[in-house]
Design a protein around this ligand. Sequence first.
Ligand code: SF4
Ligand code: SF4
Length: 65
Amino acid sequence: MIAVNDQRCEHCGACTSVCPTKSVQIGLDGGDLCLNINSDSCNNCGRCVKICPLRALSSLKKGGS
Ligand code: SF4
Ligand code: SF4
């Protein structure tokens, strides 16, 4: 699954445009922009992680440490 660092993300939209499954979307949380990732449809392709200029996204592998 993909984790967002909300302190780094500036909602530029780069990750939303490369996601092949439309699993990452910019939304609103209260009055603030936030990044929502649908872990059910995400296929862990890693494109969003690579494209983010602020390194706000990371891929978390299950079961690993
Ligand atoms: S590419 Fe990075 S900074 Fe831009 S919206 Fe996605 S997570 Fe946020
Ligand atoms: S890892 Fe791939 S499928 Fe998952 S949110 Fe990122 S770009 Fe979309």
